[in-house]
Design a protein around this ligand. Sequence first.
Ligand SMILES: Nc1ncnc2c1ncn2[C@@H]1O[C@H](COP(=O)(O)OP(=O)(O)O)[C@@H](O)[C@H]1O
Ligand SMILES: [Mg+2]
Length: 316
Amino acid sequence: MISIFKQFEREGILGINRRIGEYILPNNPREFYPLVDDKWKTAELTRQFHVPMPKHYGLIDTFGGIQKTKDLVKDHPGFVVKPANGGMGNGIMVISHSDELENGKVSFHKSDGKVVSEKELNHHISGILSGLYSLDGNSDTCILQERLECHPFFHEISFRGIPDIRVIVYLGYPVMAMLRLPTKESGGRANLHQGALGVGVELTNGTLTHSVCNDKLILIHPDTKQTLSGRVIPHWNDILEMSSRCFDMSGLGYLGVDIVLDEKRGPLLLEMNARPGLGIQIANRMGLLARLKLVEKIRNSADGPKDRVHRILNEL
Ligand SMILES: Nc1ncnc2c1ncn2[C@@H]1O[C@H](COP(=O)(O)OP(=O)(O)O)[C@@H](O)[C@H]1O
Ligand SMILES: [Mg+2]
């Protein structure tokens, strides 16, 4: 199989990355970065804007506080341990259930089937606090988050874990989207760097198109062996509107919005990114630049999230 980078370089997609960088950076004031880089701060922001996010059971911000973990999660046998300032899935541990042992200690079962003791979990949290997984290498805080369940749409196509939908939003207008599906290799996380699958999505209606895994085009999911193209993501319009609202919430002109689908609650915001990757172009076999230019042509500062979605979809 030929390297897809070579193929797309020929088609000019990767060649425009630098220009996109020049285009984007002026639209993201640096003082807003902490709001999206720190998932705890993002959660506070979403509450003000009534954007639903997974629940947070607590925050561990000191080494002395690590011992509170067991108490904070005691009513929640499944939960997720996450660095507040992490990225690319690093440091995320998904606990599917916990068992109380006869000696009063608790053992935690990870979504990949491995079991960790209290001591090992605390050790992992202490690594998070030291900044082992933080984006800037500085000390970090640790979030204890609700563990999400997979929406039925994904049961057949995703290998364990929770898929997410990445939407690139420019000046409040959604311009390109990709579904990311966990694989055996990605250990339940939907991050492309961990080996998850990227699937292009038709922006107008949420239909899946082409799939990419480890920079190679593929036709079926490597683990579930299911064909992906042609399936339609449920709640598509709500996903686009929520992505658009993230512009008003974050003040960032060029934004990657990550959304997960909950069966009962519908779309939930997982995180926002001020420097989203450009791999989305490969999954969509399409460069971003034309869409960015389109937004500049059609944008209307009086538009709210609903109008912005409507306006761009009418143009595509
Ligand atoms: N609450 C959760 N429940 C289940 N899986 C989760 C949860 N949070 C994250 N994940 C999995 O981990 C991946 C990365 O999580 P995310 O919050 O986006 O962190 P990062 O900044 O490291 O990408 C998600 O795409 C999802 O697959
Ligand atoms: Mg993410």
